[in-house]
Design a protein around this ligand. Structure first.
Ligand code: URA
Length: 239
């Protein structure tokens, strides 16, 4: 990134003032006075203004992880269980998951160091869609499905309306598949909703989060979002 932009993005001052500081000979990269605002700053460069180091703004990283069951979605676990951080070990930046999936749930989990985007994607007011495939015990009838669609009581609160479709059934096992799309994300919400209609979840997978699909990456691996996908997320949450 160009030096003047780097200074502006790091909050030193406006781009124009940064250019002036550079022209006044107050800015160094790795101890060398730099006179040109278009000089490129590399990842490990030390930039100083009047001899004081500039805290570089953190380059943002956005990953789509296809989480397998068996990993918890926290940065650290006091019991030393595998966490989603183990799956993104190759990344240099400190990332954290956007929201959570239960340890036994598989599917899309975004990981980023973009705090504002993460906050908005998980805040209920932005109504970001999350699509789940739930294998449940028994075969719910229309009445039960309609109850779920309209909202069920969990812990004294009625859930927001949801899209719920019967996507298949396994008669031999007496189980069925439900496609459930939610715009809220309370803790263990899908499991609690299914319990509320007496069809407990046997297995849960998040197919989509904010339009990003789990199937776009092999389970247990991740990919970086494209700039188009990042822009779409920004638009979605009005950033
Ligand atoms: N709802 C659940 O019950 N569990 C998850 O992991 C995600 C949504």
């Amino acid at each position: 990134m160009r030096l003047a932009k780097y200074l502006a993005r790091s909050g030193v001052d406006s781009r124009r003032r940064a250019e002036e500081m550079i022209a006044e000979g107050r800015v160094c990269i790795n101890g060398i006075i730099i006179g040109k605002p278009q000089t490129l700053v590399q990842d490990n460069d030390l930039v100083t203004v009047d001899g004081k180091p500039v805290e570089g703004f953190e380059q943002k990283t956005y990953l789509l992880l296809h989480k397998p069951a068996g990993y918890i979605s926290t940065v650290r676990d006091t019991h030393n269980r595998p966490t989603v951080m183990d799956l993104v070990k190759g990344e240099e930046k400190r990332l954290y998951p956007v929201g959570r999936l239960d340890a036994d749930t598989s599917g899309v989990l975004l990981m980023t160091n973009d705090g504002e985007l993460s906050h908005r994607l998980t805040h209920p007011s932005f109504e970001v869609e999350k699509k789940y495939l739930a294998r449940v015990s028994g075969i719910p009838g229309e009445k039960a499905l309609n109850n779920m669609r309209r909202g069920v009581l969990i812990e004294g609160h009625k859930t927001a309306s949801a899209k719920v479709e019967l996507a298949g059934n396994f008669e031999k096992e007496n189980e069925s598949l439900l496609e459930i799309t939610l715009i809220e994300g309370k803790k263990r919400q899908v499991k609690k909703m299914c319990e509320a209609i007496n069809h407990p979840v046997v297995n849960l997978h998040r197919q989509e989060f904010a339009g990003l699909k789990a199937e776009s990456v092999r389970e247990g691996t991740y990919r970086h979002l494209t700039s188009r996908e990042i822009k779409a997320l920004y638009r979605l949450v009005k950033l």
